[in-house]
Every structure is written in structure tokens, then in C-alpha cells.
Design a protein around this ligand. Structure first.
Ligand code: MGD
Ligand code: MGD
Ligand code: SF4
Ligand code: MO
Length: 719
């Protein structure tokens, strides 16, 4: 008799949290579809969801710990592997000091319930100041803005997409990314609905799929959004459009005092520098203010650039000055069922600095742009060993080539990953966790950023094999060895924690959360209730929060003008006092719906087809350089050069080229068998580790100056 069942869960691959229905016949996944009854996603999925099956079945995925011995990988038992790793870390730290170990946390950690809830202890046990993560190639500006203005690094408001009638979007392409710092499934339909109510306007150096859908799209010169926003704020004051509404009573300073700050940036002054006419800039402000429930939102394209933090601050300020923060249809705060804000620190900055370049920490992490030099520069505190947890910084961070060479020099590299990627190929040990379908899932992080309050929990679809380990088990195993319990009480507490696991902790957090029954185990939202609700529990639309949304102890929204606006000096030098080279192009990134950063390329059905790692270039630029569609180019920057095919398209703004990140799988010794056929090149072999958003230390991956040269042949022909 064949056993057939359908398992419901949320896809953990991106921020959209789509509900999926996985059909399993006789232990084999026979289909993955959108769950039409899902309380959040209404049946939407993208092609990546099917990759969960590929990932589970992938013969290349590592299932047992590996140690490199004389250049060859050898399997070893879990106990042996954890003992050896802990011993090597301890002896490295005993010899060179605690900071000789560096840690890098990659993006999938935040999509992993166990890793999110249970990794605090091991990070403390590693006792190093040299902590890095993908945050500083991504959303660090958002955390700093939220920490300063609202009092907590995770107090990040999101667009109320289901109610707005005017969505003004800077530097995001949710039709490819499915949304970021805005968890929203079925974003295409929701944006179409915005258009029915009013308007969608996109500002992007490329006419993306999202821009195609919009009512209006404006090209902007990469990295110059800060000027556009300064000019928009200028218009807001000069045309008497400031309308604070109820937010006024929550502000800690009078924003009308800011009028003179923006006086210097009228639209005429910035037009040529931004590539946007004064008329368009004025029009954007007037259109926004004429709408009844408008919202302004900016994401990766404006976060990961030279003025990322100031730009995100000005976006927030614009929403505040138009009364759109904490207002229906505007930027709203969420009320997630697990109150992770209460469980985590508000944020901190500059308590210590990186050794070589003196960059400030934020929340105990240093900017990853400084990682390679911390490994290669001798002296006390030099990083001699690394631990990579679910990351691939050789491909994901600026000047990856340099980091690749630096990793080669390490005395010790340990990777917690189920693939050998371009970074972990340098490892001495690989500790592979089980795949997503072999673990339980609750989105602790992305519900904080969701456009509707919601809670969904799923058990593991497949039991974890006896010789498999969860990320959290690996991390707790290391913690136990690195920092054994001091006494019986601590030992018992640790044992209890291990027994509880993520679901035990989750049960407590749900009960303590805003919808939980508190001390009464029989009322309110609970884990057992979620277990009985396979399609999740809808907790309603976003609601205006008390105190204007402030999480500060004084209940005020802090404008923090001194901290942010001091960066105007850098803006003025950059744009008004320095000549930018006329013959250079500005490089930007792009995402494709069938890729996920650097790591889903081992799924044949996702990588097959036309080469996607191409350089998009405008037809005028192409003809000027004698470049034809499909022809090979050499793109060069201060740090390196890469060769790839041109894709000529008028979707690009003149003077700008676009190359996706996440490729470059030609490096030997990785586990991506499928990916090698579609290796591509890594755009981060062009991005410059010295080029950062100085206010935050975040990397600059958009608006990188490069030169472009036509090649007479393809690399294949050259061989
Ligand atoms: N030029 C340019 N560079 C960029 C970007 C860009 O737009 N342009 N985007 C940046 C952004 S936003 C991000 S978030 C970073 C991402 O950068 P990273 O986080 O460094 O890299 P990923 O490609 O996400 O690599 C994830 C690794 O984790 C592994 N993995 C997947 N799931 C799990 C799991 O559950 N447990 C464990 N232990 N491992 C797992 C995968 O096998 C893979 O090797 O890249 C950044 N880099
Ligand atoms: N399919 C897929 N989905 C993903 C990912 C993926 O790799 N693949 N990655 C996930 C992750 S980790 C993240 S952080 C999110 C990111 O999600 P999004 O923020 O939507 O990121 P992108 O799709 O890279 O869109 C950024 C846009 O900014 C534009 N841009 C570049 N430079 C500038 C500039 O200077 N100014 C302006 N105004 N625009 C600029 C680019 O042309 C691009 O269209 O996506 C997530 N979802
Ligand atoms: S958009 Fe795709 S990858 Fe993202 S959660 Fe939904 S199905 Fe998964
Ligand atoms: Mo990201």
C-alpha cells in the first residue's frame, strides 16, 4: 500500500515566507505547490520552492562531517569532529589570543529557526571581537537608522502595501527578489492592487521587471539617490508641503528647524548629478503629497551604496515629514507573535573598532569589508582562524578574490555548511547540518518585517537521520566543548535547553508574546495551537503603534540630526567638489528569480537555460565602445577585472552596467557539480573593500566605478 501525505510549511529560502504544500508518496517528494489556504501567501510561490526538493535529494550535499587530511577530505564521526574542532579553536586562541578567531555568519542563519534562537551561547563561547556577517553587505543602514530613531535595531517599519495608494520605491526589485525588509508574498499582485488604488513609482538605474509594472519609472545615477532625497526634502519645505499630523507630538525635536539644512539642495542643483530632471523631482514630491495614503520605501539598491545610511535616514525623514510613519498605508511597525525585540539588544555602536582600519562595530559585529586585511596584516590580534556559519564571503563580499587568497593563509578554517563552497573549500573541517525539510520551521525574523501579522509553524517533513545534526545541535555541541558548564546547575540548565530545542523555546516565546496567554497555558496563541493550524494563523493587518512607534525609553521618536546629517559634508565633497571620471561606468547588481545569492546553483532546474551572468549595457554605450549583444567584455575596477558576455538593452541607464552577484563557480574544489557548467564570474572580484558607506561601514556594491573594454574573442575561443 502506498503512503501518501501532504505536508504544509513555509518556504525558508527568501523573505517572502510563502506557504507551500509538499506532496510525499512513499517517502519521495512528488510535488511542491503553493498552499492556496495559507493565511499569509494565498497560494503564491516562485520557482525556487521546488529547489527544496533538489536540496534534500542532492547527492552533492554533504551529510557527514569532513576533515581535510593532506589535501583529501575524510569523513569522521560527529563526536570526533566536534572534539577536534573545539581543540583546534582552543589551541589557536591559547597561542594567539581570543581575537585570533574570526566568525562570519551568512544570510541563511536568519532563515533557520534553530540557528536564530540557539546560537547566542556559542557566539559568546567563541570569545572573539572579530565577528562579521552578511549584515554589512546588506541591511546595516536600516539597523542603525532604527536603533537611533526608534530605539531598537530591529524596530524597522515596513510599507503597508495592502493599504497604500502611492508606493514610491527606491532601489528595490521585488518582482525578482520577492521583497526585502518587507516580507510580502505574492508581491506582483499586491503591487497591481496598489496601481488600482493609485500609483507605483520606481526609481532605479535599470528598468527592472518591477519598473515595467510601475506607472512611472525614473532612471537615477547609481549612488546619487541621496541628492534626489535632499532635493525632495528641499521641495517639501519650499513648497510648504510638510504635514506632520499626529506624529508631531512624538518627535523629540522640531523638524521645521531643518528647512535651512535642505535649502542648499534645490532640484536644479542636483539634476545633472542624479540624471533626474528638476521637474521630475518636483513632480515626485507633489504626486506623493497629493495621494491620500502614500509611502516611500528604499531597499538594497539604496542601502548598499556610498551614502546608504544617510539615504535610508532621509527616506525615513521624508515619511515622517509627510505624516506617513506609523500611519495606515504608510510605513508601519509590526506586532509579531514572537517578540524578538524584547529578546535582543537594542543596538550599540563604536564600543570598539577594527584593528587595521579602525571601523566601528555595530551590535558586536565589524564590517566585513575589513575582514581580509584583518587576516593578512600581522600584529597582535591578527585573525589566524575563521569559522564560517552558513556563508560564502568569497563570493558575497567586496574584493572576494583578496579574501579567497587570505583564507588560504589561515591556520584553521571551520565551516558549518552542507556544501563545499568557494569559501569553505579552504576549510580544515566541514560540519554539515541537515537540509531545511529535515527541521522544524517558524519564521522568527521575517515575521518582524511582514506586511501582515501572522504566525505559522511546521514540524520537520523528514526526521533528521541518526547521523545528521541540526545547525543548533552543532553549535551547542561546540559550545559545550569550548566552555564546559561550571557547575551542576549550569550543566542541568544546558541539558534542559538541549532537550527543549528550538520548539521548546518557541513555545515559551509564543506564550510570552503579545498574542500569548501569558501564565495561562490554555488561552491565547500557543505552539500547540499553531501545530493544529497547518495553514497558519492570521493576526490581522498592521496597526498604528503607541508612542508613534517609538521603542525608546522616553517614548519619543529621536531625529538624531547631528549623527546623520554630519555625513552631508561627505556628500558635498563627493558631488560638488570633486570631478568624477567621465570615462568610467557605474556598476550595479541584479537579482534573478531563479537564483538565491550564491548557493542554489546546484539545482539543475534553476540554473539551466541561457547564461544569466551577463553585463547589461545600454545600446548607446555599447555602440560607442563597438560592443555587440553577446560579445565578451572585460570589466575592470581598482581591485580586479572579469570577462563576461554583454547583454545590450535599453533597460539600462546610459553610463551604468549591471552584473548579478552570486556567480563565479569556476574556482576549484567546490561541491557545486551542477553549477560548474554555469560558472559565471563573481562581480565581487570588482567591488572594492576600501569603498564603504563611512557612516556605517557597510560595503558599497552599487555604484562602483569601472571601465569597460570590448574583447575580440570569448575566453573559450582564446583557449
Ligand atoms: N555584488 C553584490 N554582492 C552581494 C549582494 C549584492 O546585491 N551585490 N547581496 C548581498 C546580500 S543582500 C547578502 S544577504 C549576501 C549573502 O551572502 P552570504 O550569506 O555570505 O552567502 P550565501 O550565498 O547566502 O551563502 C550561504 C551559504 O550557506 C549555506 N546554507 C544554506 N542554508 C543553510 C543552513 O540552513 N545552514 C547552514 N549551516 N548553511 C546553509 C549554503 O550552502 C551557502 O554555502 O550577499 C551579498 N553580496
Ligand atoms: N530571487 C532572489 N531573491 C532574493 C535574493 C536572491 O539572491 N535571489 N536575495 C535575497 C536577499 S539576501 C535580499 S537582501 C533581497 C534584496 O531584495 P531587493 O532589495 O529587492 O534587491 P534587488 O533585487 O537586488 O534590487 C535592488 C535594485 O536596486 C537597483 N539599484 C542599484 N543601484 C542603485 C542605486 O544607486 N539607486 C537606486 N535607486 N537603485 C539602485 C538595482 O538596479 C535593483 O533593481 O532579495 C532577497 N531575495
Ligand atoms: S518567493 Fe520563492 S523562494 Fe521566496 S519564500 Fe516564496 S517560494 Fe520561497
Ligand atoms: Mo540579503
Amino acid at each position: 500500500m502506498s503512503a501518501s501525505k501532504t505536508h504544509f510549511r513555509t518556504c525558508n529560502l527568501c523573505e517572502a515566507m510563502c506557504g507551500i504544500a509538499i506532496k510525499v508518496d512513499d517517502g519521495v517528494i512528488t510535488s511542491i505547490k503553493g498552499d492556496n489556504d495559507d493565511s499569509f501567501s494565498r497560494g503564491h510561490i516562485c520557482p525556487k520552492a521546488i529547489a527544496l526538493k533538489d536540496l534534500y535529494e542532492d547527492p552533492d550535499r554533504i551529510r557527514r562531517p569532513l576533515q581535510k587530511v593532506d589535501g583529501e577530505w575524510q569523513e569522521l564521526s560527529w563526536d570526533d569532529a566536534l572534539d577536534k574542532v573545539a581543540a583546534r579553536i582552543s589551541s589557536l586562541q591559547a597561542e594567539h589570543g581570543n581575537d585570533a578567531l574570526g566568525v562570519y555568519l551568512g544570510n541563511p542563519n536568519v532563515h533557520n529557526t534553530g540557528a536564530t534562537l540557539m546560537s547566542g551561547g556559542v557566539l559568546r563561547a567563541l570569545k572573539t571581537k572579530n565577528k562579521f556577517s552578511a549584515t554589512s553587505v546588506d541591511q546595516l543602514p536600516h539597523h542603525i537608522v532604527s536603533w537611533k530613531l526608534f530605539g531598537h535595531q530591529l524596530r524597522i517599519p515596513v510599507p503597508d502595501i495592502d493599504n497604500t495608494d502611492h508606493f514610491l520605491m527606491f532601489g528595490a526589485n521585488p518582482l525578482a527578489s520577492n521583497g526585502s525588509i518587507m516580507s510580502v508574498a505574492d508581491v506582483k499582485q499586491r503591487l497591481k492592487d496598489v496601481r488600482k488604488r493609485g500609483k507605483l513609482v520606481v526609481v532605479d538605474p535599470r528598468r527592472t521587471a518591477t519598473a515595467e509594472l510601475a506607472d512611472a519609472h525614473h532612471f537615477v545615477r547609481p549612488g546619487s539617490d541621496v541628492l534626489v532625497l535632499l532635493a525632495m526634502l528641499n521641495v517639501l519645505f519650499s513648497d510648504k508641503l510638510v504635514k506632520l499630523g499626529t506624529i508631531a507630538e512624538h518627535l523629540d525635536q522640531d523638524p521645521m528647524d531643518l528647512e535651512s539644512t535642505f535649502a542648499a539642495y534645490n532640484p536644479e542643483k542636483v539634476a545633472a548629478l542624479t540624471g533626474m530632471s528638476a521637474e521630475v523631482i518636483r513632480g515626485m514630491v507633489h504626486d506623493f503629497c497629493a495621494a491620500s495614503q502614500p509611502v516611500m520605501y528604499g531597499r538594497l539598491g539604496v542601502s548598499v551604496q556610498e551614502f546608504g545610511t544617510l539615504t535610508q535616514y532621509l527616506i525615513m525623514l521624508f515619511n515622517i515629514l509627510t505624516g506617513r510613519l506609523n500611519s495606515v498605508g504608510g510605513l508601519m511597525f509590526t506586532k509579531p507573535a514572537v517578540d524578538i525585540l524584547a529578546q535582543s539588544g537594542r543596538g550599540n555602536m563604536g564600543r570598539f573598532h577594527s584593528r587595521v582600519r579602525g571601523l566601528p562595530e555595530f551590535n558586536g559585529e565589524l564590517p566585513v569589508a575589513t575582514l581580509a586585511e584583518e587576516i593578512t596584516t600581522p600584529g597582535a590580534g591578527q585573525i589566524k582562524g575563521m569559522m564560517l556559519i552558513a556563508g560564502n564571503p568569497v563570493i558575497s563580499t567586496p574584493n572576494g578574490e583578496q579574501l579567497d587568497r587570505a583564507f588560504e593563509k589561515l591556520d584553521l578554517l571551520v565551516a558549518v555548511d552542507f556544501y563545499i563552497n568557494e569559501s569553505s573549500r579552504h576549510a580544515d573541517f566541514i560540519l554539515p547540518p541537515v537540509s531545511p525539510l529535515e527541521r522544524e520551521h517558524y519564521d522568527v525574523i521575517f515575521n518582524v518585517l511582514a506586511v501582515r501579522n501572522n504566525a505559522r509553524y511546521a514540524e520537520a517533513l523528514f526526521p533528521r537521520p541518526a547521523d545528521g545534526r541540526h545547525d543548533w545541535e552543532i553549535l551547542l555541541g561546540l559550545q559545550d566543548r569550548l566552555q564546559p558548564a561550571h557547575n551542576m546547575k549550569e550543566k542541568l540548565a544546558r541539558k534542559a535547553m538541549q532537550r527543549m530545542g528550538p520548539s521548546g523555546l518557541l513555545a515559551v516565546l509564543l506564550r510570552k508574546g503579545p498574542y500569548g496567554g501569558g501564565a495561562n497555558p490554555f488561552s491565547g496563541l500557543s505552539l500547540s495551537k499553531l501545530k493544529k493550524s497547518p495553514h497558519g494563523v492570521d493576526l490581522g493587518p498592521l496597526q498604528p503603534a503607541a508612542a508613534g512607534g517609538s521603542y525608546h525609553r522616553d517614548q519619543k521618536l529621536h531625529l538624531e540630526t547631528d549623527f546623520f546629517l554630519k555625513d552631508l559634508a561627505r556628500v558635498n565633497t563627493r558631488f560638488f567638489n570633486r570631478n568624477s571620471g567621465a570615462d568610467t561606468f557605474l556598476l550595479i547588481g541584479r537579482r534573478d528569480v531563479r537564483s538565491n545569492n550564491s548557493w542554489l546553483h546546484n539545482s539543475h532546474r534553476l540554473v539551466k537555460g541561457k547564461d544569466r551572468c551577463t553585463a547589461l549595457i545600454n545600446p548607446e554605450d555599447a555602440s560607442h565602445l563597438n560592443i555587440e549583444d553577446g560579445q565578451w567584455l572585460r570589466v575592470s575596477s581598482r581591485v580586479g577585472s572579469i570577462d563576461l558576455a554583454a547583454a545590450v538593452s535599453d533597460e539600462m541607464m546610459p553610463g551604468v552596467i549591471s552584473i548579478p552577484h552570486g556567480w563565479g563557480h569556476h574556482r576549484s574544489g567546490t561541491q557545486w557539480q551542477q553549477a560548474e557548467a554555469h560558472a559565471g564570474v563573481s562581480v565581487n572580484d570588482l567591488t572594492d573593500e576600501m569603498h564603504i558607506d563611512e557612516l556605517s561601514g557597510n560595503a558599497v556594491l552599487n555604484g562602483v566605478p569601472v571601465t569597460v573594454q570590448a574583447l575580440a574573442h570569448t575566453p573559450a575561443e582564446a583557449v
